[in-house]
Write a protein that binds this ligand. Sequence first.
Ligand code: FMN
Length: 411
Amino acid sequence: MAASSDNAGNASSEGPSLRTVVCGLSLPSCVFNSSNPFATSLEDLQALDASAAGAVATRTACPGFVHDEATMKWASPDGANTINCLGYSPLPFEYYTGCLPQLSGAKPCWLSISGSAEEVGAMVREAAALAPSLPGGLAVEINLSCPNIAGKPPLAYDFDALRDYLGTVFAAGPPPPTLAVGVKTTPYFYDAQYTGAAAVLNGCPHLSFVTAINTVGNGLYVDVATEAPLLAPSCYGGLGGAAVHAIALGNVRRLRALLRPSIAVIGCGGAAFRHLLCGASAVMVASALLHEGVGVFARVEAELRGIMASKGYSAWADQGGLEACRKDGEWVFVPPVLCDPRREGEEVPARYSIAFFCNPNKATLVQCLPGCSGEGNPPRYAPINAFEYITRRLCGTIDDPITGQGHRRGE
Ligand SMILES: Cc1cc2nc3c(=O)[nH]c(=O)nc-3n(C[C@H](O)[C@H](O)[C@H](O)COP(=O)(O)O)c2cc1C
């Protein structure tokens, strides 16, 4: 079984809209590819462009990276999960900046990059120059999370280094409004990791999204027939697919709760609908794309629409970004219901709220209607003048500015 929209609902190309807006970029669908080998060549990117994917993400380009075909590979034990000991793309950054203008421009491009802070800073500036020429818009995803680079543990686990790194990336100034810049994070597993990462990411004002998660590092599948690692001659690798879905959801949910609202969280790892419930603004897919090819997007989207329709959701964008503050102070993602106080993520399309107040003239006496009370059924409230009633209600919402005493009933 490959990634699915939680294996429920009816497949249908009609139904709820999956269109969404992430970091100001308009996506025809909230489901698109994450960085992986299916996004390596121009042909790959053109196939993604022509598919039902909501955006086209590239494989990570990293200056100086040398790909070794003999030892760097990916494999699948079962058609649902993946393990890989790949590093980055064999092709350079310039290859991808050359590819993107050749795509249709009907959807945004997601340019994945990695490297030293200076290198990444320079690539971000080049991407900023390219962005206005791409009709669908451009996002740059800084990959801080590849678990497979010998001698270079993922920077997303080292919060002091991460803070310095981001400072250097943006030392020349913020990206222009035409370029969304975000980071791809490692899977986090315990509280201090979440709070440490969120503190650094919230402290960088130039980030507009976080993609969670990259693969779960240092997995090992052993082939029973050969009694050798599936990745032989390599041994360990990053895990993706159904096996990491619950870890991905935990990361999306925790990061959504901890990151400032202007940072969109993009879910990556397993099925789509649960990512929505956990607060993801969009969902990226890698392992299922490797298994199924670009047809995976139409399948996942049809399943997602089916689930949403069966639950009465009209659009993904209606769900994304609406959160409610619980009594314990934690912001939680909710379907659109009335709750107070509320906040909306900046990436959500504009909503219009119209407040309508209706009061009687101030001299009006408001009292129980004739025929609504009688013997054994007295009026529940005494008659009251409309002006007096409104004044009492207004006073009930504030404390006396001089005495500090509450005007509220009982205080
Ligand atoms: C074979 C393979 C190669 C990958 N290469 C990259 C990469 O170059 N850059 C990156 O950011 N993530 C890379 N990933 C991680 C995926 O983008 C994704 O974060 C992870 O696999 C979880 O998603 P999934 O469950 O849909 O596979 C790769 C994943 C796989 C399976």
